[in-house]
Design a binder for this molecule. Structure first.
Ligand SMILES: Cc1ncc(COP(=O)(O)O)c(C=O)c1O
Length: 415
């Protein structure tokens, strides 16, 4: 087999996740990954190790405490390396929602009455509400609306909204409903020409490939670690030159000590350390597929991301084909995945049955899914969809396999 022909070994992948052997979950096809993913054994091991031997206050000189502190630092450093950031550009907080609220409070400093903040109606509310609330300090909120036919955020529309009063643009890298991957690099370039700070929400993007934040050139980027095979924490990246100028949101004595200034309370220690397990899992994945290649973490991840994308294309396209060819289904977003144009996050409504009934039928057929607005209610409203009943969302990730694909298509045929 040549290197180019290497395919993701999904059996190996699944062997790393205990949920596929657990009596409660093993018989289910899991399609709720955009809600939260399963965790590999490495993450569970790190969490357990911390709880057994080092669950003490970190950073003292006795061994249990010293090791606890070292591992906490290692986790942050590892994740910084994984996304091509510096260690002091990484904030690990409780959730993306919390991280963005803290950030929005800090960025108030740069907003004068009449300044404009651009938000989209494709985003999850976590990257909308904190910015909309700055209206209270005199900011004007401008909405970048997606096209109701293509469901895409169009760059031409963004260009019309930008002007010399624009200060912040909050935009998703990938919508948790539409699934399309927005060209964040191009968006950042255009925004920067207008001196606008870009906040990218990578929550629905990162599970399908950790980003290279320097390549994207965003000013801030966030994702939730519980959707990238880890515990309930979230990462916020910020460019050092901006972070160091943000007003302190933490204890007074920490003034100037960025990035802690944007991390009041700090993260849960044991969960932070378990993040090392995410890295170990991806490293195992790399070593399983590509032996003896000496690459940086970022470059290893890029190779793994390519394998993952091809696999996701393979498992998601038959579902997209099935749904897009039915007159009684309204499929949101692009009709197939080609070259990372979209994530395997598939949302739809039936024209004949409520989303609640459809999701019940799927669940009765051992498809783990749900109906909801998934906090992207502005997106649903713009499409004229009932935000209470919501959409049915089938969200896959690289550990889903072709059995899951057949199972969901067979279940969909029963609707
Ligand atoms: C696209 C997107 N952004 C933000 C969030 C909020 O993340 P958190 O639950 O970590 O606050 C979610 C959660 O589902 C999401 O899907």
């Amino acid at each position: 087999m040549t290197l180019e022909n290497i395919k993701l070994d999904v059996d190996f992948v699944r062997s790393q996740f205990p949920a596929f052997k657990d009596p409660l979950s093993k018989d289910w096809s899991f399609f709720e990954n955009a809600g939260g993913s399963y965790v590999p054994q490495n993450v569970i091991n790190k969490l357990t190790e911390f709880m057994v031997s080092t669950k003490v206050q970190p950073y003292a000189e006795y061994p249990m405490s010293k090791i606890a502190g070292n591992n906490m630092d290692k986790a942050t450093k590892t994740f910084a390396n994984m996304i091509n950031a510096k260690e002091n550009e990484i904030i690990i907080g409780g959730s993306t929602s919390i991280n963005l609220y803290v950030l929005s409070n800090a960025l108030k400093k740069f907003i004068n009455p009449g300044d404009e903040i651009i938000v989209t109606n494709q985003d999850h509310e976590a990257n909308i509400s904190p910015w909309r609330k700055l209206e209270k300090i005199g900011a004007k909120i401008v909405e970048w609306k997606f096209n109701t036919k293509s469901h895409e955020l169009e760059i031409s529309e963004l260009k019309k909204l930008l002007n010399r009063k624009s200060k912040i643009l909050a935009v998703t890298h990938c919508s948790n409903i539409v699934g399309s991957i927005n060209n964040l690099k191009l968006i950042s370039d255009i925004a920067h020409e207008n001196n606008v700070i870009v906040i990218g929400d990578g929550v629905s993007y990162a599970p399908h490939g950790f980003p290279d934040v320097k390549e994207l050139d965003v000013d801030f980027y966030t994702f939730s670690l519980y959707k990238t095979y880890g515990p309930h924490l979230a990462l916020l990246y910020g460019k050092e030159e901006i972070l160091k100028n943000l007003p302190n949101q933490n204890h007074e004595f920490l003034e100037g000590k960025y990035p802690y200034t944007i991390n009041p309370g700090g993260p849960n220690h044991e969960e932070l350390v378990s993040l090392i397990g995410i890295y170990e899992y991806f490293d195992n994945l790399y070593n399983h597929h590509y032996k003896n290649e000496n690459l940086s973490i970022v470059n290893k991840l890029k190779k793994i991301n390519d394998l993952i994308s091809k696999h996701e294309e393979f498992i998601a396209n038959p579902i997209l084909d099935y749904l897009s060819n039915r007159d009684d289904i309204f499929l949101i977003g692009q009709k197939n995945i080609i070259n990372k144009n979209r994530a395997p996050t598939i949302s739809f409504i039936s024209r004949k049955k409520s989303s609640k009934v459809v999701s019940e039928i799927l669940v009765n057929n051992k498809i783990a899914t749900r109906n909801d607005n998934f906090y992207a209610w502005r997106c649903l409203k713009h499409l004229g969809i009932d935000t209470e009943d919501g959409v049915v969302r089938l969200s896959m990730t690289h550990y889903n396999n072709s059995v899951d694909t057949s199972n969901v298509i067979n279940a969909l045929k029963k609707i």
